[in-house]
Design a protein around this ligand. Structure first.
Ligand SMILES: Cc1cc2nc3c(=O)[nH]c(=O)nc-3n(C[C@H](O)[C@H](O)[C@H](O)COP(=O)(O)OP(=O)(O)OC[C@H]3O[C@@H](n4cnc5c(N)ncnc54)[C@H](O)[C@@H]3O)c2cc1C
Length: 484
């Protein structure tokens, strides 16, 4: 019996349930498809592509070493590729690990289901996030997830038999090119090495240091793109945490690992959300907020925010860092979004698309939920408007981060680097820096713009409609504890 093993967001051999199931009997054709239309979506970018290409290279090497076989990689229309494969071979089954991404992949999966049914092929999908697909029981979510995460990771079935075929060489994949010099490298070896260095040393001050972009770069696990593309599984990470020696472990580290593990559950909680309600990708979770920002999108503000020229040095430094690295820590993501949504009053539906391209770890379930939370459109979360100057002085007290990423300001002395518009005319002359020419004046006054935004959001939050919807949202999604 011949089967197709369709790799998607599970670019590993180990702890891959679809692989082991496919290998139970018969011969397997392992494939990966770069879906042409997916790569042309507004949210796709060369950051994601590069990470996947790195990961596929390693996966292919692993195939060679372990099975003396290879992975067959295609680029084009997914349905056409399947039709062609099916027309040439008698496949009985297709195996994959289920993905929960965006509307595009939902539609694609529906079309695949129809095609496979027409061809009498059974598509078997395995779970990899421990979410509730049927029998949704909100109060049992944690129990269900805890049972799932404790499953022992599977070893790749060593007796698997793979089919060999001829395929054309791959064309260049078209997607939005972004010029980032330092994005994370993909591949399983990188994932394992990050996990090991995090559990051995870097997690020591994880909790204390995760909020600053300076310390967060090292103190955070940096596993997010690996989790998104599945070069490592959540169960493998959980097992590695469990196997970390507890003797002589500092209290800091124990707390850090606990807090890290809870984030793995958050990850799945947000995937559950987009599975339950795919609409969070394109509409306000709480419909009482419809129309609040949609008709007042300021293109100039959007452009300044995207290129890191808002006149708020810390905001600009974070945006430029993100563009160069394809990653920034949680707090700074939240601040960048809050600044766009409140002070600049930009609609999250547009800003989220831009950020999706920049986050190498783009995971729609987390991404859109967080965008809505940081923009006040859920009606169930605290309205949090970050003060960009307070964040700047708290997270980058000596301004070294700003000076690195906004070099226009590298001669500005002391605390003035956080608010360069306060430099006097003579000071500017002395520094050879003219605010308004070499670096912009603040694009908005953050005090007044924050107040206006807060009033607008509260006006809606207090309405009966917003409160009624918030209750429904709580019943549908929220767990007992509030999420970040
Ligand atoms: C506006 C906004 C958009 C975001 N978009 C994404 C996204 O597209 N993809 C993504 O993986 N994360 C996203 N996050 C969550 C978070 O910022 C990243 O997961 C984290 O910064 C990744 O770095 P790390 O792996 O070093 O994190 P660590 O702190 O080491 O966390 C380990 C893992 O836990 C999960 N995790 C951590 N924080 C969260 C969280 N708040 N919610 C859910 N899961 C979490 C991730 O899988 C992460 O890799 C977003 C946050 C915000 C505020």
């Amino acid at each position: 019996m011949k089967k197709i093993l369709w790799f998607r967001h599970d670019l590993r051999l180990e702890d891959n349930h679809a692989l082991n199931k496919a290998c139970e009997n018969g011969e397997v054709l392992p494939i990966y498809i770069f879906d042409k239309n997916y790569w042309e979506l507004e949210t796709s970018s060369s950051f994601h592509l590069k990470f996947i290409q790195d990961s596929l290279k390693v996966l292919n090497q692993d195939f060679k070493e372990k099975f003396n076989s290879q992975l067959y990689i295609f680029y084009g229309d997914t349905l056409e590729i399947f039709k062609e494969l099916i027309s040439k071979n008698q496949f009985a089954n297709i195996y994959s690990n289920q993905i929960f991404r965006n509307q595009y992949t939902l539609n694609l999966d529906e079309k695949c289901k129809i095609l496979f049914k027409e061809k009498n092929i059974i598509w078997k999908q395995e779970q990899q996030f421990g979410i509730q697909l049927e029998n949704r029981k909100r109060n049992f979510w944690s129990t269900h997830w805890n049972n799932y995460i404790e499953l022992k990771p599977l070893k790749a079935d060593a007796n698997c038999k793979f089919i060999k075929i001829d395929i054309p060489s791959l064309e260049k994949i078209k997607t939005k090119e972004i010029d980032g010099s330092n994005i994370q490298k993909g591949g399983r070896r990188e994932a394992l090495s990050l996990l090991q260095s995090f559990l051995k040393q870097r997690s020591e001050n994880y909790q204390k240091e995760m909020s600053s972009p300076i310390t967060g770069e090292i103190a955070c696990s940096r596993l997010s793109p690996h989790i998104t593309y599945g070069t490592i599984s959540l169960n493998e990470i959980n097992f590695a945490i469990k196997n970390t020696k507890k003797e002589n472990m500092s209290f800091n580290k124990i707390k850090s690992l606990r807090s890290f593990k809870s984030r793995l559950a958050w990850h799945c909680h947000f995937i559950q959300k987009i599975y339950d309600e795919p609409e969070i990708e394109w509409q306000n979770m709480n419909r009482a907020y419809d129309g609040i920002r949609e008709n007042s999108f300021n293109l100039e503000y959007h452009q300044a925010w995207k290129i890191g020229l808002t006149g708020y040095p810390f905001i600009d430094a974070c945006m430029r860092y993100l563009k160069a690295n394809g990653w920034i820590n949680f707090r700074m993501r939240a601040m960048l979004v809050s600044f766009a949504s409140y002070q600049l009053w930009l609609d999250w539906k547009k800003t989220s698309k831009h950020m999706a391209k920049l986050f190498t770890d783009y995971e729609p379930g987390i991404h859109y939920s967080q965008f809505q939370m940081q923009s006040g459109t859920t009606g169930i979360n605290t309205i949090r408007i970050y003060n960009p100057i307070k964040q700047s002085t708290d997270q980058d007290p000596d301004g070294s981060f700003i000076k690195k990423w906004v070099p226009e300001l590298n001669k500005v002395p002391g605390k003035l680097v956080h608010q360069p518009w306060k430099l006097t005319y003579l000071e500017q002359k002395d520094l050879d820096l003219e605010i308004g020419k070499h670096y912009p004046h603040p694009i908005v006054d953050h005090h007044s713009s924050s107040k206006i935004a807060r009033d607008k959001i509260w006006k809606i939050k207090k309405t009966d409609e917003a409160k009624f919807n918030a209750q429904k949202i709580l019943q549908k999604h929220a767990s007992a504890k509030s999420r970040r």
